[in-house]
Write a protein that binds this ligand. Structure first.
Ligand SMILES: Nc1ncnc2c1ncn2[C@@H]1O[C@H](COP(=O)(O)OP(=O)(O)O)[C@@H](O)[C@H]1O
Ligand SMILES: C[C@@](O)(CCOP(=O)(O)OP(=O)(O)O)CC(=O)O
Length: 201
């Protein structure tokens, strides 16, 4: 099994900026050779697209395309997860050689538990927070059955996040907040023993 130095599990509501923030962190760490961005929704969308004759690449982007199928993809993914909560987690961690892993879309307690159970010392949690107004400006429209369901609310309670990043244009500077996370990642990467004893700030 590959053994990463550090795993950052990101969660946050739709349009909070999870992809935006994780991509900056990857760049700051030196790009994709150092830091892999893993998406639980990747294999989910791929298999769902195959079974339903959809355009997989378009399901991955931030346009409105994926929104047309979101509710049904959630239902489909939940069937898989109910049978096997680690199903998508196992798929995304196969053959990942980079020392830093970012999981950009943890949504359920079972996602966090899976990583903590297997990578207890390496796993850290990061919440991306944005106001409803910011999310609306980025294209979010409240949708019953999605925004009030586990896919969006599963981690609203029950996890003490190691960091919470505020991603609003009128909030604290993003770069300064990210620097706190980056410091810990760099320390873990430069230490021979991995993240043991590395404290978040
Ligand atoms: N701080 C920011 N500054 C500028 N644009 C942002 C910021 N955060 C998010 N966005 C934009 O908002 C949209 C939604 O962000 P995204 O990262 O896709 O959200 P999520 O992955 O949480 O659904 C994207 O087009 C993204 O580029
Ligand atoms: C069916 C999903 O995997 C779709 C997730 O798609 P994205 O991760 O692209 O969504 P946002 O970035 O939050 O907009 C959700 C799930 O419950 O598994």
């Amino acid at each position: 099994m590959d053994s990463p130095k550090l795993i950052l599990l990101f969660s946050g509501k739709r349009k909070s900026g999870k992809d935006f923030v994780t991509s900056i962190i990857q760049q700051r760490l030196g790009g994709s050779s150092v830091c892999a961005i893993l998406r639980l929704s990747g294999p989910l969308k791929e298999q769902y697209a195959k079974e339903h004759g959809l355009d997989f690449r378009r399901l991955l982007d931030a346009s409105g395309y994926k929104e047309k199928f979101r509710e049904d993809m959630i239902r489909w993914g939940e069937e898989k997860r109910n049978a096997d909560p680690g199903y998508f987690c196992r798929l995304i961690v196969r053959d990942v050689p980079q020392p830093v892993w970012i999981v950009s879309d943890a949504r359920r307690g079972s996602d966090v538990e899976w990583f903590r159970c297997r990578y207890q010392l390496q796993t850290r949690t990061v919440r991306v927070q944005a106001s409803e107004q910011s999310r609306r400006e980025r294209g979010w429209v409240y949708t019953a059955g999605i925004d009030d369901a586990e896919s969006e609310c599963g981690l609203d309670q029950g996890v003490a996040f190691d960091w919470t990043i505020s991603n609003d244009s009128d909030g604290p500077l993003l770069e300064e907040q990210l620097e706190r996370v980056l410091r810990v990642v760099r320390t873990a990467c430069s230490s021979d023993t991995g993240p043991q004893g590395v404290q978040h700030q």
